[in-house]
Design a protein around this ligand. Structure first.
Ligand code: GTP
Ligand code: MG
Length: 191
């Protein structure tokens, strides 16, 4: 995919703050610190477009980005940055759930997971929301650079079993999986 422009549109906590747009949209969700923001930067080849941080909980609101004046990428807040903190989940859940259910232009959800972790309860819930809403649903196993090739293979097989579908091996650090992910996303952003 040739990226001619990538621009921050706005940040929103509530539906009233979502940008009004007819453009097809792709959202990126997952646990805190799995690399959602880094993965978006890697996809669009812009190191600093989306703010990233080694301290979990960097992205707290929905962040909308215009790509090529042609489609929108939405960086969703992660969960799990305040481990076991019910208040955190209480805020996160409706923000993400309402968005997935009510964003009419949303074509697909990219669900980013850490290749080294088994799915948790909330990850399973995200899968259900996306499949229930009938949008495209793509699981991406990020941070594959942290494992050897053979460990990656077995980890992906486990994740494919757990999520019940294909999983794309990715590294926002090295760019592994970029081409494959664009290949899967392309049909969702064609108008
Ligand atoms: P929140 O906004 O807190 O939900 O986090 P996030 O999912 O957006 O993660 P972010 O992109 O901010 O990355 C978190 C940390 O993981 C940063 O220190 C990144 O540099 C690092 N990171 C992200 N992707 C990769 C990867 O593929 N490999 C490695 N080794 N590190 C990564
Ligand atoms: Mg982030």
């Amino acid at each position: 995919m040739k990226i001619t422009s990538a621009d921050f549109i706005k940040s929103a906590f509530k539906k009233s703050g979502w940008p009004e747009s007819e453009l097809p949209e792709i959202a990126f969700a997952g646990r805190s610190n799995v690399g959602k923001s880094s993965l978006i930067n890697s996809l669009v080849n812009r190191k600093g477009l989306v703010k990233t941080s080694s301290a979990p909980g960097k992205t707290r609101s929905l962040n909308f980005f215009d790509i090529n004046n042609n489609f929108i990428f939405t960086d969703l807040p992660g969960y799990g940055y305040a481990r076991g903190h019910p208040e955190e989940i209480r805020k996160w859940k409706p923000m993400v759930e309402n968005y997935l259910k009510e964003r009419g232009t949303l074509r697909a959800l990219v669900h980013i997971v850490d290749i080294r972790r088994k799915p948790d309860e909330l990850e399973t819930m995200i899968t259900k929301w996306a499949r229930g809403a009938g949008m495209g649903y793509i699981v991406v196993a990020n941070k594959s650079d942290k494992l050897s090739k053979s460990k990656c293979k077995s980890a992906v097989l486990e994740l494919e079993k757990a999520f019940g579908g294909d999983v794309i091996v990715f590294s926002a650090k090295t760019g592994v999986g970029r081409k494959e992910l664009w290949g899967v996303l392309r049909p969702f952003i064609e108008r």
